[in-house]
Design a protein around this ligand. Structure first.
Ligand code: G1P
Length: 297
């Protein structure tokens, strides 16, 4: 039987410079989509996929992220006394079991591969997940859950994958496809941020991974790659020559690049419209805005 995936690494050490000045004092993972911080979406997705241990790779200035996961017994008591069961539930849904979260520091910004490698001592000889919270995925079945289910069938290493236009391939890890089976693709190569015109396909890696523990071994030895950084993509690519296959998984859902301002705004609109308590008012507002705009054109 294949081993269950119960641990996930969340690389959250990035400086978030694209969101300055906000990120002068708040980690970008605490920035909110509607009323939930980005990191909450990633945690909820991991929990839905059966993850029990959450490993955050952090850096200086991320203490608000650690505080976010503390329980607030005083506030809970106040809400209980006031019979605010709705708010109490919202709060309790974000509580994590003691000991379920570990924080590891990445002391130097040497790349995503290095960030993942920093968590090596917290993993045992079992497959593990990596979630990049910048990639927010709206889906009926949460993306990592889709992948865990597919992984239980086929094993190996699995990366979430999405087709992107030609002019965007240089922003992603790109898969060199061996066999395209529809939602699952077997891979014969992977390139991190290939120069425009050199991408082996249009199938891009999105920030969800289920990896064999051997990937940590490759990260031990790997040299710097694209952008002078230690790349996770390069370590996964080394698995292709080994016994475990590498698969791309075309998830069902909509991905938002919340590492960019435009992506963050799009996600805000989509998640705002997705919320029952806000939908009608927000839709009317957007419709008004659009009609004002078209009248002005
Ligand atoms: C990282 C990965 C890249 C992947 C991307 C998905 O890049 O290195 O392979 O395609 O996430 O969002 P970053 O966006 O952190 O530069």
């Amino acid at each position: 039987m294949k081993k269950k995936v119960t641990k996930a690494i969340f690389p959250v050490a990035g400086l978030g410079t694209r969101f300055l000045p906000a990120t002068k004092s708040i980690p970008k993972e605490i920035m909110t989509l509607v009323d939930r911080p980005l990191i909450q979406y990633a945690i909820d997705e991991a929990r839905a996929a059966g993850i029990k241990e959450f490993i955050f790779v952090t850096s200086r200035g991320k203490s608000a992220l650690e505080d976010y996961f503390d329980h607030l017994p005083e506030l809970e008591n106040t809400l209980r006394k006031k019979k605010r069961t709705d708010l109490l539930k919202t709060l309790k849904d974000t509580n994590m079991d003691s000991g379920a979260i570990a924080y590891i520091r990445q002391h130097r910004a040497l790349g995503l591969g290095h960030a993942v490698w920093c968590a090596r001592r917290l993993l045992s000889n079992e497959p593990f997940a990596v979630i990049l919270p910048d990639d927010v995925i709206a889906a009926e079945t949460p993306c990592l859950q889709q992948m865990v289910e597919a992984h239980a069938e086929i094993g190996g290493n699995m990366v979430a994958a999405m087709d992107v236009p030609d002019d965007k391939t240089s922003s992603y890890g790109i898969l060199d496809i061996k066999e395209d089976m529809g939602s699952v693709v077997s891979v014969k190569g992977m390139v991190e941020k290939p120069p425009i015109g050199n991408a082996p396909s249009n199938l891009a890696v999105i920030g969800r991974y289920i990896l064999s523990p051997d990937v940590m071994g490759h990260l031990n030895r790997i040299k710097t790659g694209a952008g002078g950084e230690i790349q996770l993509t390069d370590a996964i690519a080394q698995e292709i020559a080994g016994p475990d296959n590498v698969y791309g998984y075309r998830f069902k859902g909509q991905r938002f690049d919340c590492g960019s301002k435009a992506g963050f705004l799009q996600a805000t609109v989509a998640f705002g419209l997705g919320r029952e308590d806000l939908r009608d008012e927000f839709r009317d507002y957007l419709a008004d805005m659009m009609s004002v705009r078209s009248a002005a054109q």
